[in-house]
Design a protein around this ligand. Structure first.
Ligand SMILES: *Cc1c(COP(=O)(O)O)cnc(C)c1O
Length: 858
């Protein structure tokens, strides 16, 4: 049975300072809770499990969303603003319960109600499964953007896929990663509402006939797309937007031919094949895998979403009457579609197909509308991540779309030839089709040609794409290219995950920062306030102790909360250079062994992150970290000077506990490889100092806080380029650096894997002979920079001052700022901090159906 803990009591005290729970609200909430336990879960208090209590709580909280949700959608229907559609194959949402209570403004009432009923709300919050429908930064960005669009009162929709299995759960067994399927819907999802009455057909395969009336895509197989809606509440503004995720359902007559042949059982069994489309999230981060099922996922999202967008566009109001729009002339004034990477870029040929083959528009008119509607966000320049679909596969699954892509290309190349006569290089570089034995469609080029704006996700990245992947496109259409530096939502990444820090900030500057993060600048005036400095230190210490307790409970490891918490959490990838971190760990270990009396700042170095299951090198790096941890942690000479922990199963809900406890944030990618990063911003906002390269958003973080408040090391992007041109020889660094050589020899000779000395030969081979990310070139600079970090940590006052500078300078990295920029400069809509009236303030009852003319406003 869930009972009230000490920390729970403390939290209640903290929260109730600002978010007053009225007696009436608490009584009502208890009634709702008991009603759901009884009627929704069909349980009494005696036999209820903690999960029953969680579900009763979630449903009670959801009740507070419902009216706001319907009213928001009705409001959009009445006002008919331009709608913004975010298309993404990933939404890394994490948990919804606490976020919903905070955004609706009922957290203290819920806390008080649960307390009065003798239940521990924090324990119940832990029962919720993460919605892990994303891999890493790209998927989490989509989630932060939905929060900001709702908070800015925009008619923003997230469209995606409802994977039955999200990102796998990572287990470490014998120091290696094991993947377990993420059966996140096992106990039901209290937030979603299925809409089985609104199935949308999606076609695959078949062939194309051409006659005088146009193209006909025939003999297709159909899969139905069933929408599931989840509410996206804005921050205390009564807006609730919609995230609509599609689930694949086979049509009623699926495999009827087997049925006619009499094999009824087989016909029913085969229904599952169609439904495999939304079975599982592809677990690759920044890697393209050209599988047919993935292609079908991408198209499934695009086809279902565009039909839905067009349905919503058609239905509009004149006065009190609902009418059908019969022209698409206003389409670009009413619809903006943002493509989150190229993953949903088939939306471009799909909209062309609908306009031409179904709506019978001319090519010119259809193309003109398309390019006004679409905008494309590039997320990476790593060549292995760029989508290039084989024409053979594309023509098999989507024959009409391949024809349309060829036609887009023909017209595009005709224009290129006009601009650059007799220039084969330009034609090759700008073509959507890459010639070769296996012709491929370059989806990034398709996305650029089909969009009116193309953006990178940090200033340095937006510059790099203009100079590299899209060099010739930039020369041809410079006005398309723009930068939108990523951001994170301060609701989840400060208010929710770090209530202690949130409270001391609000004590000083009020709580406007939650929606105007720039206001954190005001904290700079308290840089010499001894009470504020002490409070900042106390909160960090409490967060570290909280994490230490979790690590004891979950991993049975003891960590010293007085040590420097040095943390690198992010997907495992060679470009992110967890190996560089690992070499530093081994270097520290060797220094301690060489001089056991060495006085060093005690560190707990934590590394966490998932490797794609098929990415051998990333999995080897996880294994190496775990092997090194075993040696370091079991060596009595090391004592409490150094501890190494692999943080198993890093995910959104774990990030919320780890990041507030960090002293040092590791952002050490090779300059020019990390497009932006958002983990870097979360750490900065929570008062960790950063050790990092001049890569991604680190560059802008330094600009905001000043170079004296961040630890920058290593080559900059230009120097990386020069080294590349000059020719990188890892052996030179290895032979000239004794400490580096020692660490590599140890890894190579089996010092960390005595039972299998050859275990890491492949890792060493890559580092010495094929390292695309120049680990050795930055090693010395990194180690020296870490020495400066330790030096500063010995001076808690100076450390904390820099911490305050970090927090105070993080306002730019709110996703509210990012979304406001997309709105004004790409979508042509004006963001506001408008509020809708509270549900009880309405004069007309919200259930008033005649206002809607019986039409569904979703
Ligand atoms: C923010 C976040 C990321 C992105 O981290 P980067 O350091 O920017 O790669 C990945 N995973 C989770 C769970 C996150 O919350």
């Amino acid at each position: 049975m869930a009972t009230v803990s000490q920390s729970d009591l403390e939290r209640r005290k903290q929260i109730s300072v600002r978010n007053i729970a009225t007696v009436g609200n608490v009584i009502e909430f208890k009634q709702a809770f008991n009603r759901h336990l009884h009627y929704t879960l069909v349980k009494d208090r005696i036999v209820s499990t903690p999960r029953d209590f969680f579900l009763a709580l979630a449903h009670s909280v959801r009740d507070h969303l419902t009216s706001r949700w319907i009213r928001t959608q009705q409001n959009y229907y009445e006002k008919d603003p331009k709608r913004v559609y975010y298309l993404s194959l990933e939404y890394y949402m994490g948990r919804s319960l606490t976020n919903t209570m905070i955004n609706i403004g009922i957290q203290s009432a819920c806390d008080e109600a649960l307390y009065q009923m003798g239940l521990d709300i924090e324990e119940l919050e832990e029962i919720e499964e993460d919605a892990g429908l994303g891999n890493g930064g790209l998927g989490r960005l989509a989630a932060c953007f939905l929060d900001s669009m709702a908070t800015l009162g925009m008619a923003g929709y997230g469209y995606g896929l409802r994977y039955e299995y999200g990102i796998f759960a990572q287990k470490i067994v014998n120091d290696e990663q094991i993947e377990e399927p993420d059966d996140w819907l096992r106990f039901g999802n209290p937030w979603e509402k299925s809409r089985p009455e609104y199935l949308i057909p999606v076609h695959f395969y078949g062939r194309v006939l051409h006659d005088e009336s146009g193209a006909h895509w025939v003999d297709t197989s159909v899969v139905q797309a069933m929408p599931y809606d989840s509410p996206i509440p804005g921050y205390q503004n009564n807006y609730v937007n919609t995230m609509r995720l599609w689930c694949a359902k086979s049509p009623h007559n699926f495999n009827l031919k087997f049925f006619n042949n009499g094999d009824y059982i087989q016909a029913v069994i085969d229904r599952n094949y169609a439904e495999n489309i939304t079975r599982v999230l592809y677990p690759n981060d920044n890697v393209f895998e050209g599988r047919e099922l993935r292609l079908k996922q991408e198209y499934f999202l695009c086809a279902a979403t565009l039909q839905d967008i067009i349905r919503r566009y058609r239905k509009t109001k004149v006065g009190e009457k609902t009418i059908e729009r019969n022209s698409f002339d206003e389409f670009p004034d009413k619809v903006a579609i943002q493509l989150n990477d190229t993953h949903p870029s088939l939306a471009i040929p799909e909209l062309m197909r609908i306009f031409m083959d179904i709506e019978k528009m001319t090519w010119e008119k259809a193309w003109n509308i398309c390019t006004k509607v679409f905008a494309y966000t590039n997320h990476t320049v790593l060549p292995e991540a760029l989508e290039r679909w084989s024409c053979g596969l594309l023509g098999h699954v989507l024959p009409r779309h391949l024809e349309i892509i060829f036609e887009i290309n023909a017209r595009h190349l005709a224009r290129v030839s006009e601009l650059y006569p007799n220039n084969l290089d330009k034609l090759r570089n700008l073509s959507l089709i890459e010639e070769g034995d296996d012709k491929k469609v370059n989806m990034a080029n398709l996305a650029v040609v089909g969009s009116h704006k193309v953006n990178g996700v940090a200033a340095i990245h937006s510059d790099i794409i203009k100079k590299t992947v899209f060099k010739d496109f930039y020369e041809m259409t410079p006005e398309k290219f723009t930068n939108k530096t990523n951001g994170i939502t301060p609701r989840r990444w400060l208010k929710l995950c770090n209530p202690g820090l949130s409270d001391i900030i609000s004590d000083k500057i009020g709580d406007d920062w939650v929606v105007h993060l720039d206001q954190l600048q005001q904290l700079k005036q308290f840089i010499n306030d001894p009470n504020f400095i002490r409070d900042i230190q106390r909160v960090k210490q409490e967060n570290k102790m909280r994490l230490a307790k979790i690590l004891k409970k979950e991993l049975d490891v003891d960590v010293n909360p007085a040590s420097l918490f040095d943390i690198q959490v992010k997907r495992l990838h060679e470009y992110k250079r967890q190996l560089l971190n690992c070499l530093h760990i081994i270097t520290l270990y060797n220094r301690i062994k060489r001089d056991p009396n060495l006085s060093i700042v005690p560190r707990t170095i934590m590394i966490g992150g998932k490797a794609a299951p098929g990415y051998h090198m990333a999995k080897q790096i996880i294994r190496l970290i775990n092997k090194v941890a075993k040696v370091v942690n079991n060596d009595p000479v090391v004592g409490n000077k150094l501890k190494v922990i692999f943080l198993e199963n890093y995910r959104v809900s774990f990030a919320e506990k780890i990041i507030p406890a960090a002293d040092l944030s590791e952002q050490i990618s090779t300059a020019g490889t990390e497009a932006s990063g958002t983990g870097n911003m979360k750490f900065m906002l929570n008062g960790a100092l950063t050790i990092g390269t001049l890569d991604g958003a680190n560059v802008e973080m330094m600009e905001e806080m000043g170079e004296e408040n961040i630890f920058i090391f290593g080559m900059n992007e230009q120097e990386v380029g020069e080294l590349q041109r000059r020719g990188y020889n890892a052996w030179d660094y290895y032979n000239s650096n004794v400490e580096l050589k020692t660490t590599i020899d140890q890894i190579n000779n089996g010092f960390f894997s005595p039972h299998d000395p050859d275990m890491f030969k492949d890792v060493v081979n890559v580092l010495l002979n094929h390292d695309r990310f120049f680990v050795f070139a930055d090693y010395q600079s990194y180690v020296e920079c870490q020495e400066k970090v330790s030096e500063l940590y010995k001076n808690p006052l100076e450390w904390t001052r820099k911490t305050i500078y970090n927090i105070a300078s993080s306002g730019k990295f709110s996703s509210d700022r990012t979304i406001a920029e997309y709105a004004r400069e790409i979508w042509n809509v004006e963001p506001t901090f408008d509020k809708l009236p509270d549900p009880h303030e309405t004069t007309k009852p919200i259930e008033n159906g005649d206002k809607m003319n019986g039409k569904n406003s979703f």
